[in-house]
Design a protein around this ligand. Structure first.
Ligand code: F0G
Length: 436
């Protein structure tokens, strides 16, 4: 058996078969994780195989997740794989963002170029694959928007029913639109993400729906591919730092695990340091880090941020995230609403843009450089998690000076680019163009 489920709590560490439906350990309540047996791994052979697959037209080879399937050995029958051509996301050189953040060079891996427009697709293909293997007809999630958009897309593709729970009124329209269009049963609950997740975990156990939140360990397996593909794109040159936003802390758990496994099989010779960035109004993990990870972990009861994707106060995956940050000597930072908004506009100036939560990456990097944690000459890769068009309202309001932070503060359109309204008059428009 190449993979099994284990309890992530080191003082328990119970093992379970890979096809057990478990989001938490029945003995101690700890998170579950997939434990892979890489004893037979051959890193140089695998890298060659991954290169060769780039010439293939087979759906599994074309996927930017399943091209690296040796790293996801939990799949025993390739017919179970549900793929919509996820991954294959670009690694951009981002000069405007580099000079804004104060580093000599910066690469941004843009996960918004996934089929549903966010990094969730890398994980969801693996979660949906496990759902199909288990014969599930119905899958469910609670989401700040991107998980639900992604799950709805995969469920539609696999012929499963998608049930989605969203915090009412606190989700960007681009994401809600995707869920509706993909045919998901969409339930808007008058509660925040943390409260709804507790509710849905109870419901999943009671009525037997398969939960595809990042408490599902197979989601984490798929998301590992973000770093595998990024290192492949860099010809396996390991950066000094990887910077990413943190909400429920599934992504840092996944990226950290992927890096450790690549190191274990000898595909890379060192671990990069990871920096997680939270929005200042929803930053329990940052506060915990600042306290030297001294127990207890203290959730934020009323998390707030306009970056609704990371408006999370009680992230379920914090034990895994802590383990990964400690394993790579990583750090946790935060960024204010104004810092996120301005960084986002700068990412736009690079010619691709991103959604607000993703801009926490660049805002946090700037803060870490200013604090001396990340040197200006460091080799840095930032992860952009979602597409610009996920949240067009935010963009419009920023550029027209109408963005107000949750505490009522008006945000400055520091890099605003408001549209100019002109009469239907050639002379006046010519005058405008000449003056620019
Ligand atoms: N960036 C974006 C665009 C997200 O949608 C999320 C999470 C994150 C960052 C944070 O990642 O939770 O793994 O730490 N969105 C989830 C959702 C919670 O429901 O779509 P994380």
């Amino acid at each position: 058996m190449p993979s099994r489920l284990v309890c992530f709590n080191p003082s328990c560490a119970r093992q379970f078969p890979i096809d057990a439906v478990l989001y938490e350990c029945p003995a101690c309540g700890g998170l579950t994780a997939v434990d892979n047996d890489f004893n037979q791994a051959d890193a140089s052979l695998w890298k060659r195989t991954w290169d060769e697959r780039r010439l293939s037209r087979e759906p599994l080879d074309v996927s930017g997740v399943w091209r690296f399937r040796e790293m996801l050995p939990f799949v025993e029958d390739p017919a179970h794989v549900v793929t919509i051509r996820e991954g294959n996301t670009p690694l951009f050189d981002a000069l405007p963002a580099a000079s804004y953040a104060g580093v000599d060079a910066l690469q941004l891996k843009h996960q918004g170029y996934n089929p549903s427009g966010s990094f969730k697709d890398n994980g969801m293909t693996a979660g949906a694959t496990q759902a199909r293997r288990l014969g599930m007809q119905r899958v469910a999630c609670v989401s700040t928007g991107n998980t639900s958009a992604s799950m709805a897309a995969y469920a539609a593709s696999a012929g499963m029913q998608a049930v989605i729970f969203l915090p009412h009124g606190k989700i960007a329209y681009g994401k809600l639109a995707q869920a509706l269009e993909f045919g998901a049963l969409t339930v808007q609950v008058e509660a925040n993400f943390d409260q709804i997740l507790a509710l849905v975990r109870e419901l999943a156990a009671r009525i037997g729906i398969y939960l595809l939140n990042s408490v599902n360990p197979f989601r984490i397996e798929g998301q590992k591919s973000i770093v595998i593909e990024m290192l492949d794109q860099r010809n396996w040159v390991v950066p000094d730092w990887i910077v990413l936003p943190g909400g429920n802390l599934g992504n840092v758990s996944a990226l950290g695990k992927g890096l450790r496994e690549l190191y274990q099989i000898g595909a890379i010779s060192k671990l990069p340091r990871i920096a997680v960035v939270q929005a200042a109004g929803s930053a329990p993990f940052h506060e915990y880090f600042e306290r030297g990870f001294q127990a207890p972990f203290r959730p934020v009861r009323s998390p707030e941020t306009l970056a609704t994707a990371i408006r999370i106060g009680d992230p379920v995956s914090w034990p895994k995230a802590q383990f990964e940050i400690e394993s790579c000597q990583g750090v946790v930072a935060s960024a204010t609403e104004q810092e996120i908004a301005d960084a986002k506009a700068i990412v736009g100036r690079c010619g691709f843009g991103c959604e607000p939560a993703s801009a926490a990456t660049v805002a946090g990097l700037k803060n870490l450089v200013a604090a001396g944690t990340i040197p200006a000459d460091a080799d840095v890769v930032g992860i952009l998690t979602g597409h610009l068009l996920k949240d067009p309202d935010y963009v419009y309001h920023y550029h027209t000076g109408g963005l107000t932070a949750p505490d009522g503060t008006k945000l400055q359109p520091t890099f605003g680019n408001a549209p100019v309204v002109m009469p239907n008059d050639a002379a006046k428009i010519a005058q405008l163009l000449e003056s620019q």
